[in-house]
Design a binder for this molecule. Sequence first.
Ligand SMILES: NC(=O)C1=CN([C@@H]2O[C@H](COP(=O)(O)OP(=O)(O)OC[C@H]3O[C@@H](n4cnc5c(N)ncnc54)[C@H](OP(=O)(O)O)[C@@H]3O)[C@@H](O)[C@H]2O)C=CC1
Ligand SMILES: O=C1O[C@H](COP(=O)(O)O)[C@@H](O)[C@H](O)[C@H]1O
Length: 494
Amino acid sequence: MSNEKIALFTIFGGTGDLAQRKLYPSLFKLYQKGYLKDHFAVIGTARRPWTDDHYHEVISDSLADLNADQETVTQFASHFYYQSHDVTDAEHYRTLKKLSEKLDAQYGLQGNRIFYLAMAPNFFGTIAQHLRSENILTDNGFNRVIIEKPFGHDYESAKELNDQLTATFNENQIYRIDHYLGKEMIQNITAIRFGNNIWESLWNNRYIDNVQITLSEKLGVEERAVYYDNSGALRDMVQNHILQILSLLTMDQPVEFTENDIDVEKVKALRSLRPLKPEEVATNFVRGQYGAGDDAKAYRDEDKISSDSNTDTFVAGKVMIDNYRWSGVPFYIRTGKRLADKFTRIDVVFKRPVVNIFNHEDVRANDDAATSLDPNILTINVEPTEGFELRMNAKAIGQGFATTPVKLNYSHDAEATAGSPEAYERLLHDALNGDATNFTHWQEVADSWKFVDVIQKYWDEHQPEFPNYRPGTMGPDAADELLRQDGHRWVYRN
Ligand SMILES: NC(=O)C1=CN([C@@H]2O[C@H](COP(=O)(O)OP(=O)(O)OC[C@H]3O[C@@H](n4cnc5c(N)ncnc54)[C@H](OP(=O)(O)O)[C@@H]3O)[C@@H](O)[C@H]2O)C=CC1
Ligand SMILES: O=C1O[C@H](COP(=O)(O)O)[C@@H](O)[C@H](O)[C@H]1O
């Protein structure tokens, strides 16, 4: 049976960074694997007056790292058409409609349309409205719109954006990208939780002491300074990626492994987040901004960043979930730029054994009989290594009897990881299949913003003392103190 998918992609922002770095290589991988073959075409649009020939060169250049043979690249690029287009100009949509209909007939696309909005979000509403008013949507095939982040700046702006989109598209036609949901090990969270009795039976406040989610970046803001300076780490990483990961870690078992059932459980988890009162923000969330390091400029000295910017380049926080399963378990989260290394990991720290029978002297000398036994820790390594690690206590080799911590380790092998699809490839394939499981649904976005808005508002009203961490560290000392005050510490420390 053929796996071929049939669709016309219209990419708004076809000359942009995202299109060139992520979308064209991902579409090419789908082409190499036969998911895209004869019956697909791509219209790239933006204001620049490019020709089709120039566009083909851009496509070819964007694939340079993939070491593909030139003939395949040329064949692939021949499916791409460029149309100069200002998204605010209605006349341009009429030209777009004609080109879409021509390509539909030429490639046998059966009216299937995917609109990818790879542009600044302030344009999403006008594009959606024109797609409807200029009759670019079809009646005979599917119409899906893929939306890039950020989905709003706060709850109000996200709602306004959503209202604009839903005036044209139904919720089940809207695919809000969160590329973390396309990552292999993030998708693995549901597999290990619901595919293994040992974990699901321990996955609650009786056995889990705390959970730590770290999304650490070594780089600074790079080319996206203007966007980032208006956003900051809380909006850029916590509202979306971290709260999505949190919802997958904490949701109850869905009735079936389907988009709707998973969404229902994720929304319940997000609605159970304990909302912070403004006066609780300072004791539960820490913000940071990097200063200068040995080889790195301070954030405020980066290109296009104002010298008195108070934007957060680091966040750590303690999140509590008020439901039967998680009551009393702190979820510690942190993310930032210019940290010690680039990695993403989740550490699930279990409670220590209630009694330590191995070290009698310790037991007698201490009120806390378990002090000398380490907790079991399940680490989900999301990247760069993909795998799991379990820390246990075992007998130390040799005469006598002492315990020592050991690790059970599993990593995907490098060959399998190299062949595994990159997040954007996976998500584009899902969108072609009409599967929005790994996209965020409106209610999830809304609940995440409501949680984050309180923190952001408090921060906006209180001046920080920035800069407060050095590049190459794991953020300000206050992020360590956040756990220390609860008697915990970060599993990953540098
Ligand atoms: N780049 C990245 O790594 C990531 C980007 N994103 C998101 O993806 C989206 C795009 O980002 P990115 O590619 O970096 O942005 P760029 O600034 O590189 O691209 C913006 C695109 O919009 C086009 N454009 C701007 N104004 C108009 C207009 N009036 N009419 C038609 N086209 C217009 C530009 O082309 P022209 O100037 O020729 O008109 C360009 O193609 C943003 O929402 C961003 O937040 C999300 C995650 C990562
Ligand atoms: O969404 C974003 O993610 C990247 C980090 O993504 P990763 O896949 O490299 O971990 C981040 O750099 C960027 O600021 C943010 O917008």
